[in-house]
Design a protein around this ligand. Sequence first.
Ligand code: HEM
Length: 155
Amino acid sequence: MGFSETQEELVLRSWRAMKKDSESIALKVFFRIFEIAPGAKQMFSFLRDSGDVPLENHPKLKSHAVTVFVLACESATQLRKTGDVKVREATLKRLRATHANAGVADAHFEVVKTALLDTIRDAVPEMWSPEMRGAWEEAYDQLAAAIKEEMKKAA
Ligand code: HEM
């Protein structure tokens, strides 16, 4: 089943609405990730080394979540246009290295997905629908699949 223009629009519309608050939304994604999987904190070098600095003061946390959102939006557009997700080669190689080195496993991608979906639902409750959820899931799953595939090559 293809990815429709309507699905792309659901993803892009909700991201447009969230973008102005991207910092706080990005933080929520992380709080949710660490709620579901407290052990994941150990994988982030800048958290490991940071002593007692509060989570919300870590610029790198924000940029991680924003990148996931932005790449998922790009995936939505690619899926609608070509039915396939192709992450730029250079980006993909870097993502493979970072995530493989950090010890990210398949199950973590599910955790991040749940955190992402919960955060979107709470950020734009008036827009949220099963269709919107499905569109984000598909865009994220295809992006995650591309990264996981690349990580397997490295293993
Ligand atoms: C680093 C994107 C999923 C954990 C990064 C970086 C990006 C990124 C752009 C910055 C470094 C680089 O460019 O290589 C993504 C995307 C994901 C995803 C697009 C899913 C579609 C995950 C998952 C985990 C994770 C599931 C595990 C919970 C990490 C860690 C780092 C990292 C630990 C290194 C942070 C550090 O120590 O500096 N990711 N990521 N990522 N990501 Fe992800």
